[in-house]
Write a protein that binds this ligand. Sequence first.
Ligand SMILES: *Cc1c(COP(=O)(O)O)cnc(C)c1O
Length: 420
Amino acid sequence: MENMVKKWDSKVNSASDISVTARGTLSMLMQHLNEEDKRPVIKLSQGDPAAFPCFRTSHAAEEAVINALRSAKYNCYAPFVGIPPARRAVAEYLSRDLPYKLSPDDVYITSGGAQAMEIILSVIAGPGASILLPRPGFANYEARCAFSNLEVRHYDLLPEKGWEVDLDGVKALADENTIAIVIINPGNPCGNVFSYEHLKKIAETAIELGLLVVADEVYGHLTFGCTPFVPMAVFGSSIPIITLGSISKRWSVTGWRLGWLVNCDPTGTLQKSRIVECINSSLKIISNPVTFIQGALPQILDLEKTNSDYFSISTNLLKEATEILCDKIKEIPGITCPTKPEGSVFAMVKLDFSQLEDIDDDMDFCVKLAKEESVIVLPGVIVGLKNWLRISFATDPKYLENGLERVKSFCKKHFKKHFY
Ligand SMILES: *Cc1c(COP(=O)(O)O)cnc(C)c1O
């Protein structure tokens, strides 16, 4: 028996060693909570608006699902690429913001943005291939690349430039085996939104380096600052773009598991490569999203049906939360938020250890914060930036305020005495 287990273990995918996903770290932090503290735990860690009643999804989306279910038309297996009305609805929804029209054939319906990520990363993981990922970024990319044996190279997002891409760094990293670059916009974890001009420079760099651009736009249109959301695919005529998206965040239905992978390829360049063929093959062996949610998608994405109040209420809540976040952080010694978020549901805040004592690093900060104040935040090291914190503001604004009030007591307690 022992030998059998040894044999199995020698062949297990070594990617299982990766415990540094956000979820793994958060459950570790939860174990440090102090049971004596009778106050409720405040979690500023997860980017899940659906956990709060104030972000409840639109009435139209709920009706759409009920109608789809009641119609009894969506109880069977769906085609592996998604049902035709759902593909058409995504093509139309995305084409509203593009200078060309996407075809339903360009669209694959997936189980959330996460499965769209999984598909494209496994497709481009040929022998020796590498991919460029942002740092800080979304740790699921690293974990998924490890499972696919896809080599990761990190390019930096620059805090002093509002988290723009370090394009010189990108040029220095890519070689002939580098297949793709992932761009997350609006950004998780920095809450930044790239301008049209910056996206254009990214496209030009990708053309120069021969990179496929994978645009993670799961937070598409979740913006509330001065910079409007521009989809990467507006540059599709110059270079093919693979766009990933979902209804999870904008509609606040993370549990519905409905997303898409779209070939934005008006020149037909991707069609000439084996990438499209490989995406099709991979879709044949994975599980589709639930058919009645696919059936509801045309009504959900029909923006005339969704009372536009729904979107303005949720973006206003997020805007209000970022204001609370930035104001409150100014009152807290030892931490700063250099860039006010303009999109997504996250901000990165910086720790200043010249002002804090009895704390070793960001991980230690988060462990002690859980223990002393029953607040959970994610250490920056998990998303690639040591001695920063990632804070989610996809919460009730009052809840965020209470959480930050506790962070303030914590930082005051650990503030270096000679600073007073
Ligand atoms: C949440 C998230 C995803 C996954 O989206 P789902 O639709 O929930 O699967 C992908 N990318 C980023 C950057 C995210 O924050």
